[in-house]
Design a protein around this ligand. Sequence first.
Ligand code: 5GP
Ligand code: MN
Length: 366
Amino acid sequence: MPDSVRRMLLDSTSVVICTHIRPDGDAIGSQLALAHFLEAQGITVHCINTDAAAPNLTWMPGAGALQTFDGSLAQRQLIDAADVIAIVDTNKLSRIGEVHTAVEASQAQRVLIDHHLEPEPGFDATFSRDTASSTGELIYEFIAGHDASVIDEAIATNLYVAIMTDTGSFRYSSVTPRVHDIIADLLRRGDLSPEPIHSAIYDTRTFAGLRLLSRSLDTLRVRYDGFVSYMLITRQMLDAAEASTDDAEGFVNYPLSMRGVQAALLFTETAKGVKISFRSKGDVAVNGWAKAFGGGGHRNASGVFIEGGLDDVVDAVLSAAPTHLDLPAGATAEATAPDEAPDPDLTADDEAYLSTLLNLQSDSPQ
Ligand code: 5GP
Ligand code: MN
């Protein structure tokens, strides 16, 4: 970690920490862990975000103190009075949303801690490493480099969530032996058990959310000979399922999980335009594809919001695939539905199995 970042944070008396809009586990976990650590150093900390944390993150230690930016004088004064404003888990000041107006109006020094590609210049100090699995990994490095003994249950839990959520539960290519060493250290120092944390984050689907998933899966299509797959969430589906876009967290992993698929997209229709999530496997990069439409992100996980109607946006984005992906030679842009359901005729093996089941049933006591 650069000395400038360390000094700027540790020499301050009052810090405001902000993270990106629609904050995810890495955003909130990094923010809260940094807040706990700085508070333990006697520094006053306020965490102010444009958007509230999703319901599955509100249990995280310290989340009760997160403030949602409301444009009030009181919050603007907190931001003005800070010596340092730390921006975590985004490479661009504008990605923090509405609160950026107050941040830009403040005389405080600005520090960036992040792991996205191409950090925006203009911060007073920057700690950016795009090979890091998560911002949580960078916050761990900062804290452990200063005094690892302050890592308590609260810091460990927040950093565990940050790293777990940004690595797809420790499966992405960003996961290194070092990431597992950090996790081992967090488990020991925080005396954590991973199962309840995992469950609190992921086993939180609502009935409405699963209804939405079922409708969305019906729209699954593949293109370019199965190299690309995509799925839709329309406004009509959201209404019919009585679900919200928060319920769709992680849906993009379904088209990506298809055999042979290297890049997957989820198109979510909104009143003003279409939000697109891009995901890819291994060496296939999708950030350039998202960037071409004004978005950005990581090599294997990017996003963008495009104004326009759903059909036009889907067409425009999918037709651009050959410019941004190394598609198999001769791949056609043609859309296909996934393989038809298997033939309903039963094979001889199926018949035999079915009759054993029926026999068992008739043998069973009434
Ligand atoms: P998600 O698909 O989960 O919304 O976003 C995946 C990643 O893409 C995020 O972690 C973020 O880095 C990036 N991303 C998503 N939406 C946008 C956007 O509108 N603009 C930019 N620059 N990046 C985005
Ligand atoms: Mn992140």
